[in-house]
Design a protein around this ligand. Structure first.
Ligand SMILES: Cc1cc2nc3c(=O)[nH]c(=O)nc-3n(C[C@H](O)[C@H](O)[C@H](O)COP(=O)(O)OP(=O)(O)OC[C@H]3O[C@@H](n4cnc5c(N)ncnc54)[C@H](O)[C@@H]3O)c2cc1C
Length: 538
């Protein structure tokens, strides 16, 4: 690419999972695509950094949908080497009385675990899991890859369909806590564990986002890792784009959207370079899209879009991630069930749903609490320690909820990371014996700094509230990718269906743009979507 003006069919702003997905589809459809990324590397939330031979996933780690995502098949990601590792033993909750509660990808095994706490709750868990699983496969998964319906229309469709549709409509406006009550889950330890699972990625326990609960509940305990590190998914998507003739340009921060007579025709980069295209897809957040990129545009639709951005709510709490690369034994947990050490995530510090609520409320008040989960990722994927001796070198990854508004100076961050590892050591004294080669922590402020899209550490680009989901994400005019600005489309996590590595926004944006440009969509429609339509859910 030379300096000056360039003409592409499509510019995609942001090379996160959604931007690369949209670009992959469009490039494979024969369009001339340029992906512009402000950072030195692609990936957005798909970051894996190799330090001293340890591959550290600083951001996204747990893939909730894996092969269930249509782009995995349409873009043939398997042939680009994307493999998912799916541990059978998913989560262990450790309690002070040395009891533990394990969650398996097989719900029958989980049910047996819960029976140790409460026979009745084990049956209720089974009922809830089975119902949620059906809701997920039959409605929520297909709905992730189609534009959202207007809320009243969606509710009517569900209510006029079958029993399952009615059940989805019934829980849709409940909070996660109300859903646990609805299913009669009463054991405090189990309630705490389930609430943690549901809210792990930022769902609020007291917010009426019930329709999301079946997704998070069933998928967090069916999490997969991307073999070789999460960034491998980004680098494979990039190869899809480039092998189809697309351009991926890093260190290219978009400063301004170029507009003429109300239509977008290109972008200006921070370095002054102008790049033009027939259409632009932005995967940025509403503040970036509707205030920063618009420059001094005023009146009419620009005021309305500015209003959308000004009303946008960021997530109430974020995540704190700390890694240690060690030489030593993998953590064991003396006194606890011997299988705890084989679990993907080991959760520490919560005895009940009250403790979970207390932690979230502390975050809301800007206070730090030392509770969360640890994962020895190298146990599941030796490729994460490629230059070391598997079994002797390990990656310990700590993740917990954390407020954006706290002291995140270098010293404060280091001290908090130490406290988190000290807690882990209380349960697993082996860790204290290990030789630490690498230690690095990411605060909510670092998250914001890294991607720019995740303002205030919002890992999903904005709060999940009933007013900011589905048809309202980011606003009724923009939730299906098109915006009131001609040729300007949305395609990132601040659009329906939202954040996480689910590739839905990128998929919907690419499909819509092909339709508008009169390009044949040669990827067909996934069977699950056809089935959901036939059943009248969509
Ligand atoms: C700590 C952490 C842990 C997480 N854990 C998980 C997990 O386990 N599982 C999961 O599924 N999800 C997880 N997520 C969430 C997930 O990473 C995001 O929701 C997802 O990456 C959003 O994808 P996106 O493509 O819409 O946006 P992003 O990933 O934010 O990508 C947007 C891209 O745009 C670029 N950009 C920003 N401004 C500009 C500009 N002006 N010009 C050009 N480029 C620009 C950014 O650098 C970025 O690369 C986690 C996130 C974080 C931060």
């Amino acid at each position: 690419m030379s300096g000056g003006k360039e003409m592409f069919d499509v510019i995609v702003i942001g090379a996160g999972p959604n931007g690369l997905t949209a670009a992959g589809y469009l490039a494979k459809s024969g369009l001339k695509v340029a992906v512009l990324e402000q950072y030195v590397e692609t990936g957005g939330g798909l970051v894996t950094q190799e330090i001293c031979g340890f591959k550290l996933n600083h951001h996204a780690t747990y893939m909730l949908l894996g092969e269930l995502m249509p782009p995995y098949h349409d873009l043939d990601l398997k042939s680009w080497g994307v493999k998912f590792i799916k541990p059978e033993k998913q989560m262990a909750f450790l309690f002070k009385d040395k009891k533990s509660l394990l969650f398996f990808s097989d719900p029958k095994k989980t049910k047996s675990e819960i029976e140790k706490f409460s026979q009745k709750d084990a049956e209720r868990f089974e009922k809830m899991y089975n119902e949620f699983s059906e809701m997920f496969y039959e409605f929520l998964l297909p709905a992730t890859y189609v534009p959202p319906l207007e809320p009243v229309e969606q509710t009517e469709k569900l209510q006029n369909s079958d029993e399952l549709g009615k059940k989805i409509a019934e829980i849709s406006e409940m909070t996660p806590i109300e859903i646990l009550d609805h299913y009669g889950i009463s054991d405090k330890k189990l309630r705490g564990s389930l609430l943690y699972i549901i809210c792990m990625f930022g769902l609020e326990p007291d917010e009426a986002v019930g329709f999301l609960v079946p997704i998070y509940f069933t998928r967090v305990i069916n999490s997969a890792l991307v073999k070789g590190g999460t960034h491998h998914l980004a680098s494979s998507l990039r190869r899809v784009v480039e092998s189809s003739g697309g351009h991926v340009i890093t260190s290219a921060k978009v400063k301004k959207l170029l507009l003429k007579d109300g239509s977008a025709y290109g972008v200006e980069l921070e370095n002054g370079q102008v790049i033009t295209a027939r259409a632009i897809i932005s995967t940025l957040n509403p503040e970036q899209n509707f205030i920063e990129l618009m420059g001094d545009q005023k009146d009419g639709i620009f005021d309305e879009l500015r209003d959308v951005a000004e009303r946008w709510e960021w997530e109430e709490f974020s995540l704190f991630i700390a890694h240690r690369g060690i030489v030593g034994k993998a953590p064991s947990y003396p006194g606890y069930n011997e299988h705890v050490r084989e679990c993907l995530n080991v959760v520490m510090g919560y005895e009940s749903d009250d403790d979970v609520m207390e932690h979230i409320n502390a975050c809301r008040q800007g206070k730090l609490e030392v509770k969360g989960h640890g994962s020895t990722l190298s146990l599941f994927d030796p490729l994460l320690v490629p230059n070391h001796v598997p079994g002797e070198h390990h990656i310990l990854r700590w993740e917990c909820w954390a407020p954006y508004n706290a002291d995140w100076s270098y010293q404060a961050k280091k001290e908090f990371a130490k406290k988190c590892f000290d807690l882990w050591c209380e349960y697993s004294p082996d860790i204290a014996e290990s030789n630490v080669i690498v230690e690095i922590a990411w605060s909510p402020k670092d998250i914001e700094q890294h991607t720019l899209t995740m303002k205030k550490g919002s890992i999903k680009h904005g709060r999940y509230s009933s007013l900011q989901m589905g048809y309202n994400r980011p606003s009724p005019e923009c939730s299906s990718s098109v915006t009131p600005i001609k040729n300007f489309y949305l395609g990132g996590a601040s659009m329906h269906p939202g954040g996480m590595v689910i590739l839905g926004p990128g998929y919907i944006a690419a499909k819509k743009l092909c339709e508008d440009l009169g390009i044949e969509w040669k990827f067909g429609e996934p069977e699950m979507i056809k089935r959901a339509r036939e059943k009248g859910y969509l």
